[in-house]
Design a protein around this ligand. Structure first.
Ligand code: ATP
Length: 339
């Protein structure tokens, strides 16, 4: 459906996108994830036709989009701040793309009703957009983007402004809706939770490059680099020398999965792989802090040497702040990271 082939965009000396290759299949939801300034919005703008490229090609359905204006690309766009027209009511907003395409009025009205039903706002056509809650406005913006049946729907931080509970609910609804409609979606977000919940595939960007792409599970289980691991919130990373299925580190010997890259490298231990042992065995650590996280407790452990460790333990087994504990590592939760 969508193919980016060596796309480069420069602003002055700096490349916002540097020879990016990316494919999105029909009916697939792909989320582009990355820190601020990594090039996510530029990527969307290039696909939409709002940003010219310095090199490379954008293909939609196999056709080169060079020179094809925004309104002829058949893509739907939904931005962070909704950008609803405040002077128009809900129906006037949703029917915008249909009016632009000269769809007859009666058909417009039918389609608006269909879409409002779809996004969970049946019969809201006459309401003023200013009188809607943030979540309702988001639904109207979505209905407006979907109205002309775009072949590709692009979302830029679609839930950016909403509070966490509402975002978590809407993300589940969106995923169900896209599945039902068979929509092809390219979304960008800096929120990994949102990307992981919404996407069939995530693309992690760094400085205009793709740092990793894979299913949410693949990326979560095997972050390709220290950058990706840290971006996902993993902090237990240490230098090590891998030999066979063991890495020698400042934390002592850490078991690593068979087949790991050998020699000097960076070693990640997911918090679930940090096991508390009775004091006197394993790596001696002092409990620096203890945070209740609902179904587990996150402990920050200060080892005798090496970086601080984060551990995840059962609510009952968690040691108190200031206590000394021993730590062991579970090889299945360890990843030897690439460069
Ligand atoms: N019109 C522009 N002129 C100059 N530089 C720009 C322009 N647009 C983007 N940039 C630069 O390109 C880089 C990528 O920007 P982009 O907006 O694509 O990042 P982003 O990942 O979407 O960030 P954010 O999450 O903050 O929106 C940044 O360094 C940014 O400063």
């Amino acid at each position: 459906m969508l193919k980016l082939d060596g796309v480069t965009v420069r602003f002055g000396e700096r490349a916002a996108l540097d020879a990016v290759d990316l494919e999105v299949a029909e009916h697939e939801t792909v989320c582009v994830l990355g820190p601020s300034g990594s090039g996510k919005s530029t990527l969307l703008r290039v696909v939409a036709g709002l940003q010219p490229v310095d090199a490379g090609r954008v293909l939609l359905g196999g056709a080169d989009q060079g020179g094809v204006p925004v309104h002829r690309r058949g893509v739907g766009l939904m931005f962070q701040d909704h950008q609803l027209f405040p002077q128009r009511d809900v129906a006037g907003n949703v029917s915008f793309g249909l009016r632009m395409r000269g769809v007859p009025r009666a058909r417009q009205a039918e389609r608006v009703e269909e879409l409002l039903e779809l996004v969970g706002l049946p019969g809201a056509g006459r309401r003023a957009v200013g009188a809607l809650s943030g979540g309702e406005q988001q639904r109207v913006a979505l209905a407006r983007a979907l109205a002309p049946s775009p072949r590709l729907l692009m979302l830029d931080e679609p839930l950016g402004q909403l509070d966490r509970t509402l975002r978590e609910r809407l993300v589940v609804e969106l995923r169900a809706l896209f599945g039902r409609l068979g929509t092809t979606v390219l979304a960008v977000t800096h929120d990994q939770g949102e990307a992981f919940a919404l996407a069939d595939r995530v693309v992690v960007m760094r400085d205009g490059h793709i740092a990793q792409t894979g299913t949410p599970l693949e990326v979560w289980q095997r972050p390709a680099s220290e950058f990706v691991a840290r971006f996902l919130g993993f902090e237990n990373v240490v230098a090590g020398v891998v030999s066979g299925v063991v890495a020698s580190t400042e934390w002592g010997e850490v078991p690593v999965p068979a087949g790991s890259v050998q020699g000097p490298g960076r070693v990640l231990v997911r918090p679930a792989g940090v096991r508390l042992l009775p004091a006197g065995s394993g790596l001696p650590c002092e409990v620096a802090s203890r945070t209740f996280r609902g179904n587990h407790v996150a402990l920050r452990l200060r080892p005798r040497s090496g970086p601080v460790l984060e551990a995840e333990c059962g609510v009952r087994d968690a040691a108190g702040v200031g206590e000394m504990v021993g730590v062991g590592f579970v090889g299945a939760e360890v990843v030897v990271l690439g460069g």
